[in-house]
Ligand binder design. Structure first.
Ligand code: CAA
Length: 417
């Protein structure tokens, strides 16, 4: 990298939706007394929180990006660059734009800021936001299907993405002889981590191995697609969540302008962005686009998978976490389930993955996820994770944010300073 890039902190709101104690629905005691926060609320709270947490006056921000997938369809609201400006008077007339890459929108917003810093900007703001609970999960399935090849894939099931990953699970399990319970362990870990995380959507929901290992009354298969239904159950899915996350990304000069030192920051060693072909699918037993992005990231940073001490990976479904650990090189292809079974990806393991619960446990407000992932690495490295803190704060971290079915991928590598 020509110029060094640093993350100096930020703010993630609670991620909420069905089954979260604060989420308002018709049988909630506060129903009729208050409503759930809106897209506007999440942008304002995350931006103001990030400015405050890092001591950054709005006026000091030179450029900003906001990652959001489908504000138009869930909240009747597009044009979110101008929405970010509304979060703080100091942001008036700053250049701000929205970036979209399905569930990798937040990662792309971050990648845009990093490139801008490399090109000469000193202080940037990166925001990710999504509200999805304005529709039922079934209606939301149609909206989220816009991240697939809609004309070809929408009909696979009302729940298009769960079905697409049910399809991957089938191919993956058949290719490598992996069992349902090998993958189910990812859900147990996700919920256990989320139970330690006050910001997590599933902080109050427990998941034991008996429930996660196979479908049952409490954990049904729910697809209508008969071929893929047996391969995905409720506990394998990420959540339909609302939330926002924002952070400040700076150059060396930016650190000085904010009165900070390198020890206040983590360094972004590299960000690699790879894109697959939306119109055709490749090998369903591995995440080829993620693998390519990871290879590029390791080469650029001069690091190997064994150097990574903590990772935030895009577990939109349990099988995706398993396949991500393979694509990022933590396990050989087909062996991600063993890594999980040996406890190596737990908070106490040698390569902790998704310590705050990941998309399954922490939740998945899609545009916010890629930003939250980077902030989670920052928080682990700075010892700010409370009950889910890794005992020895890691010195190298990794993020992998994915849009669609392994189509848009942003992988980052970070060093603690
Ligand atoms: N027996 C059988 N079926 C049952 C059932 C039971 N006991 N309970 C529920 N179901 C079925 C029903 O068909 C129900 O549909 P209806 O409500 O229309 O009857 C359906 O399951 C959903 O049930 P709920 O609405 O009660 O469940 P929920 O609201 O808690 O949702 C979920 C659960 C469907 C798994 C939902 O969380 C979900 O859709 N998760 C996935 C979200 C998603 O796909 N995100 C995107 C990930 S992909 C990605 O990250 C990349 C990208 O770019 C998009």
């Amino acid at each position: 990298m020509a110029r060094r890039v640093f993350v100096v902190g930020g703010h993630t709101t609670p991620f909420i939706g069905k089954k979260h104690p604060d989420f308002i629905w018709k049988r909630h005691p506060d129903f009729g007394k208050r409503t759930n926060p809106s897209l506007e609320d999440y942008i304002r709270v995350s931006v103001q929180g990030a400015l405050e947490a890092t001591g950054t006056p709005g006026e000091a921000v030179e450029k900003a990006w906001v990652g959001n997938f489908v504000g138009e369809l869930f909240s009747n609201q597009g044009h979110l660059g101008a929405a970010v400006v509304g979060a703080d008077p100091g942001l008036m007339y700053k250049p701000v734009m929205r970036v979209e890459g399905a569930c990798a929108s937040g990662g792309l917003a971050f990648a845009s800021a990093v490139e801008s810093i490399q090109a000469g900007t000193d202080i940037t703001l990166v925001v990710g936001v999504e509200v999805q609970t304005t529709k039922s999960a079934r209606e939301g399935g149609d909206i989220l299907a816009r991240a697939s090849h809609y004309a070809r894939q929408r009909e696979i099931d009302d729940f298009t993405f769960p079905a697409l990953f049910g399809r991957r699970t089938k191919h993956y399990r058949e290719a490598f002889g992996v069992s349902e319970e090998d993958i189910g362990r990812a859900a147990v870990k996700a919920y256990a981590n989320a139970n330690k995380n006050p910001l997590a959507h599933m902080r109050a929901v427990t998941m034991d191995f008996e429930t996660a290992r196979a479908a049952g009354d409490r954990n049904p298969n729910f697809l209508s697609n008969e071929e893929f239904a047996p391969y995905i159950k409720m506990s394998d899915c990420s959540q339909v969540s609302d939330g926002g996350s924002a952070m400040i990304v700076v150059s060396e000069e930016g650190l000085a302008k904010l009165g900070k030192t390198e020890s206040d920051a983590i360094e972004v060693l590299t960000v690699a962005h790879a894109t697959g072909n939306l119109w055709e699918d490749g090998d369903l037993t591995r995440l080829g686009t993620t693998h390519t992005a990871a290879q590029r990231a390791y080469a650029a940073a001069g690091l190997a998978p064994s150097d990574v001490g903590v990772a935030e990976v895009h577990d939109c479904f349990t099988v995706t976490e398993v396949m991500m650990t393979e694509a990022l090189g933590f396990a050989d292809f087909g062996k991600g389930g063993e890594l999980l079974k040996e406890g190596r990806t737990e908070i106490t393991g040698d390569i902790p993955v998704n310590t705050g619960g990941g998309l399954v446990g922490f939740g998945h407000p899609v545009g916010a996820t890629g930003v939250k992932q980077v902030l989670e690495i920052y928080r682990q490295m700075k010892g700010q994770c409370g009950d889910y803190q890794i005992a020895e704060p890691p010195s190298v971290g990794m993020t992998a944010n994915m849009g669609g079915d392994d189509k848009t991928v942003v992988v980052g590598l970070y060093r603690n300073l």
